[in-house]
Design a protein around this ligand. Structure first.
Ligand SMILES: *Cc1c(COP(=O)(O)O)cnc(C)c1O
Length: 409
């Protein structure tokens, strides 16, 4: 490989984020390039969850008044600076799927005009379109797709709401949030941004981009843990007395008054539904507390340097083996490398996993490698590239065991 081990060790010595690695509990012998699917465990998460278990044991129901009940708002405020939002604009609750449903209902209830179309993008993570279709079935709205690669401006006639991802989960393509938001608003539509693959992966400025609505998850780049709740953002100027359709007691203006009729809370809390898990919120809180110390520009610089390093180490292999590198140019890239090998992609990923190099595979033919600057060193990425080279050059991936499909890929 053109880059030497000495080179990457020197890069690690100069890395301003290098100290964060010690704050993650990574298993020995694993090179983890799948933090874009499930982030690694912060050391502080275990203490936090243990603390909540103790609190449950000793305090019993009193725990709800000792930080459990208001965790969705408290964590929302912790997360807000990471995504360019202010206090009171973010709530951590439910999952992305439900949060899109709630925002669609909220926006469409607010509009009350003749526009009926909900537009999803082709090629996005499917749940975003599935739930928009489900919403349209119960509401009588019309669901349409923006064809993958289609020109958005040409598909906005009669559109009430668009749901778009800032970073595409397959290709890693990054959209210009400010320009796209402006375009959609100029066409009289609203936009819900999905930040699943950008929150915690790059600097985001929701307020600065003029974004009014967004959702995202916390178990990918934000390291909240398996099943950690998603977030929902509404710009303060667009919070009013409108209902969201999943009107549950935790979103009521006074949940413990147990009134017969629903009255939405007059702030971001209206987007809560019902009881959440105090345990997983405490794991997420431990992680979000760490994010306050992260310099997001340094994170972005390292993210791009890591993905470039991986590709540079393997350029010749890609060319020799017909592996297509579809990773976008740096300015339009999330925090992943995307490679296409329709024939062997699945088996190469499995052979790498057997060596402790964890990436993932998405149909059809896509090998995905996520780069998480807080807990990956330059040497880790260099070593992962070395394994990739050996797996491909030796033909190790041809072993039949690497061709068997599991339930979760
Ligand atoms: C990961 C991801 C989701 C996950 O949705 P959940 O409802 O939180 O399971 C949704 N949308 C996109 C774009 C994603 O990448």
């Amino acid at each position: 490989m053109r880059v030497s081990l000495d080179n990457v060790r020197e890069m690690d010595r100069q890395d301003p984020l290098a100290d964060f690695k010690r704050r993650f509990a990574l298993p020995e012998g694993v090179l983890y390039l799948d933090g874009n699917s499930l982030g690694a465990q912060p050391v502080a998460a275990k203490q936090a969850v243990d603390g909540t278990l103790d609190q449950w044991r000793t305090q019993l129901i009193k725990g709800w008044n000792q930080g459990w009940f208001d965790a969705p708002e408290r964590l929302g405020n912790l997360l807000a600076p990471v995504i360019g939002a202010q206090d009171g604009e973010v709530v951590v609750t439910d999952n992305i799927t439900l949060n899109i449903f709630k925002l669609l209902g909220y926006i469409l209830d607010k509009r009350q005009d003749e526009r009926r179309i909900v537009l999803s993008e082709g090629g996005n993570f499917p749940t975003d379109a599935y739930i928009a279709q489900g919403y349209c079935r119960v509401s009588g709205n019309e669901h349409r797709f923006l064809p993958e690669g289609g020109n958005l401006a040409e598909h906005l006639d009669g559109v009430a709401v668009v749901v778009l991802s800032q970073v595409n989960y397959r290709t890693g393509q990054l959209r210009d949030m400010a320009a796209t938001t402006q375009l959609v608003h100029e066409h009289g539509a609203e936009i819900i941004w999905d930040l699943a693959h950008s929150a915690g992966a790059l600097p985001i400025d929701l307020n600065g981009a003029g974004a009014r609505y967004a959702v995202g998850c916390t178990y990918k780049y934000l390291n909240g843990g398996p099943g950690a709740p998603a977030f929902l953002y509404v710009h303060r100027d667009h919070l009013d007395s409108t209902w969201q359709p999943l009107s549950g007691w935790h979103g009521h203006t006074s949940p413990f008054a147990f009134q017969a009729d629903y009255t939405p809370a007059n702030d971001i809390s209206r987007f809560r539904t019902g009881t959440h898990s105090a345990l997983i919120y405490s794991a997420l809180e431990a992680s979000l507390s760490m994010w306050a110390e992260v310099d997001m520009q340094a994170l972005r610089d390292k993210s791009l340097a890591l993905s470039n390093l991986f590709r540079e180490c393997l350029e010749d292999i890609f060319a020799a083996r017909g592996i297509e590198d579809i990773t976008p140019a740096a300015s339009q890239r999330g925090s992943q490398v995307s490679l296409i090998d329709g024939e062997n992609g699945y088996a190469i990923v499995q052979a790498l996993i057997a060596r402790g190099v964890i990436g993932d595979y998405r149909e059809p033919g896509l090998m995905r490698f996520g780069f998480t600057p807080l807990y990956l060193s330059y040497e880790d990425v260099w070593q992962a590239a070395q394994h990739f080279r050996e797996v491909v050059e030796s033909g190790e991936y041809q072993d039949p065991q690497f061709h068997v499909r599991g339930a979760v890929t």
